[in-house]
Write a protein that binds this ligand. Structure first.
Ligand code: 8YV
Length: 327
């Protein structure tokens, strides 16, 4: 009998996921969730055919050159900007991600962050906890209207469409979007969303939600010039990736109230957060939890495991990112 292929599970996962992987593979894991350096990762990948990764592990040309046994990296994330996909294809290493299983959960969170930001929920809770609430007053934490307002979405993939549907059908919002490519007329009708240029999106949205993938092109897609085009009453929500927003420019715009408020789940250089964001009151900050429900995180872990088993055992991954490798 052939020995089981060896894999590395780079971060802590559900014990059930690990147990399932152990039925098929010889598994080295990181259930202690120790912070591995890049060198640690490379050392542990020696002799491994597969890796179960998260958005934290960067798989680039240098790592691939040093890990010549590697055949597949299964990301427990829909985003895969931690993979250098062309370099992976060049080395015939397959990358996989976890689309679909997190779409609705992440859209729920995007909407929750929009609501919390517009209605100043975090800021008012801090005020209450600090014992500052001594009387009701007419303008106390008066925020921005959500229902009937204009929802702008930058990046109209599956999650963007989920947010559009919530806004249009649940809150009677006027939905506009900008994306690299326009949706089909059927999808535009289903999302009740109207395609606009980026400038119109920035100028007219009351609430702007970012749901686009991170790439060299989307780096600082929202910087001081873009923030300057937004309404002073507008809010900005980023559930996409750190680096899409210039966090320093955003903190300054928030401090100077050039936009009303922001809700951020992702940060440049996370888990570090720009210190200026920690001191402005009109921002809701959450630690990259948009997909974090128990059921969805299980589904993501299951799909990443399915991809490893599918590819290394049966030669058929479920959600390949660079299927050219399979040819
Ligand atoms: C993950 C995410 O929690 O799926 C993604 O792209 O950003 C989150 O759902 C995170 O990337 C951990 O892998």
């Amino acid at each position: 009998m052939n020995p089981k292929p060896r894999i590395l599970v780079a971060r802590a996962v559900f014990p059930e996921t690990l147990a399932r992987l152990e039925q098929h593979f010889e598994v080295e894991h990181n259930q202690a969730d120790a912070a591995w350096s890049r060198q640690d990762l490379v050392a542990r990948l020696q002799g491994k055919a597969g890796a179960f990764t998260t958005g934290t592990e960067r798989i680039d040309a240098d790592v691939l050159a040093a890990c010549t046994d590697l055949k597949v990296c299964a990301n427990m994330a829909v985003g895969y900007n931690n993979f250098d996909l062309p370099a992976m294809s060049a080395r015939k290493v397959l990358g996989t991600n976890t689309p679909d299983v997190l779409t609705e959960t992440t859209a729920d969170f995007g909407f929750a962050l929009l609501m919390a930001t517009a209605r100043r929920i975090a800021e008012s809770e801090h005020y209450l906890r600090a014992g500052k609430w001594t009387k009701w007053s007419f303008d106390m934490f008066a925020g921005a209207e959500v229902h009937g307002s204009t929802l702008g979405i930058l990046g109209m993939g599956r999650i963007g469409q989920g947010i559009a549907r919530r806004g249009a059908h649940g809150f009677g919002m006027n939905v506009i979007y900008h994306n690299r490519s326009r949706l089909t007329p059927e999808l535009e009708v289903a999302c009740k969303a109207r395609y606009v240029g980026k400038e119109e999106l920035l100028r007219t949205a009351d609430h702007l939600v970012l749901v686009l993938p991170y790439s060299a092109e989307s780096h600082h897609a929202i910087g001081s010039a873009e923030l300057a085009q937004m309404k002073p009453t507008a809010t900005l929500v980023n559930i996409a990736r750190g680096g899409i927003v210039d966090d320093a420019a955003l903190a300054q715009a928030l401090r100077e109230q050039r936009i009303a408020a922001a809700g951020l789940d992702v940060f440049e250089g996370e888990p570090k957060v720009h210190p200026d964001l920690l001191t402005v009151p009109n921002v809701v900050l959450t630690p990259h939890i948009a997909s974090a429900t128990v059921r969805t995180r299980r589904a993501m872990a299951d799909l990443a495991a399915d991809n490893l088993i599918g590819f290394l055992v049966h030669g058929k991954p479920v959600t390949p990112l660079n299927p050219d490798v399979l040819a």
